[in-house]
Design a protein around this ligand. Structure first.
Ligand SMILES: Nc1ncnc2c1ncn2[C@@H]1O[C@H](COP(=O)(O)OP(=O)(O)OP(=O)(O)O)[C@@H](O)[C@H]1O
Ligand SMILES: Nc1nc2c(ncn2[C@@H]2O[C@H](COP(=O)(O)O)[C@@H](O)[C@H]2O)c(=O)[nH]1
Length: 181
């Protein structure tokens, strides 16, 4: 069965780092999504996201889309189906609302990986080190943007506390082994 490793969690938890590890170690590609936010220095167009203007974003057809902070984000079923043509296991990063949409629509095809860290302090320190704007960090680590796991999604979530990268890698290796059986 084609499966989707759906990754969600707070900003700085390590979602992108994990998806890159899955791609580099197991050739599990990440399905790219679309955003209107500006590119970060370490990002590349069509590798990190499809970067859109407000006008080009409006023209696209999405499976689900959300406003997160000041920007729009959206993902398409076409991109997922295209990735599934070549790979039975793919990953996708979304916020909690996006995770709800995928779990509701794709059900058992989804392996929901909720990534977090032990403290907000740890998340904030990582975002500072990544070079994020301190005002945006505050915004991202409060309210709905913190991507707290709601009680309704707890039964679907495989929770990964990404404090220690070596331990995380071992956990990911086991997850992929199970999903590849
Ligand atoms: N286990 C870890 N220990 C220390 N630093 C980590 C760990 N995992 C990831 N990082 C670092 O933390 C920073 C944030 O990671 P990453 O960009 O993957 O988070 P994210 O969840 O995708 O965040 P966002 O939602 O804001 O895009 C990066 O600089 C990354 O290298
Ligand atoms: N529901 C969706 N959420 C998405 C999508 N693409 C990314 N995201 C989530 O947005 C926030 C912010 O991302 P960032 O790259 O600016 O840090 C984060 O929680 C992502 O998981 C999408 O297509 N749909």
């Amino acid at each position: 069965m084609q499966k989707l490793i759906l990754i969600a969690g707070p900003s700085g938890a390590g979602k992108t780092t994990i998806s890159e590890y899955l791609a580099n170690t197991f050739a599990i590609p990440r399905v790219l999504t679309h955003t209107t936010r500006p590119m970060r220095p370490e990002e590349r167009s069509k590798e990190s996201y499809h970067f859109e203007s407000d006008a080009s974003f409006k023209k696209l057809h999405f499976f689900e889309h959300v406003k997160y902070g000041s920007y729009q984000y959206g993902s398409s079923k076409e991109a997922l189906d295209q990735a599934w043509q070549d790979h039975d296991l793919v990953s996708l990063i979304v916020d909690i609302k996006g995770a709800q949409s995928y779990l509701a629509k794709l059900e058992k095809q989804v392996y929901f990986l909720y990534v977090t860290a032990s403290s907000k302090k740890m998340l904030a320190e990582r975002l500072i080190k990544r070079g994020d704007d301190p005002n945006k960090i505050k915004e991202r680590l409060t309210g709905s943007e913190l991507n707290v796991l709601p009680p309704t999604l707890q039964k679907y979530a495989h929770i990964l506390v990404n404090d220690d990268w070596n331990q995380t890698k071992r956990q990911l290796d086991n997850i992929v082994k199970e999903l590849s059986k």
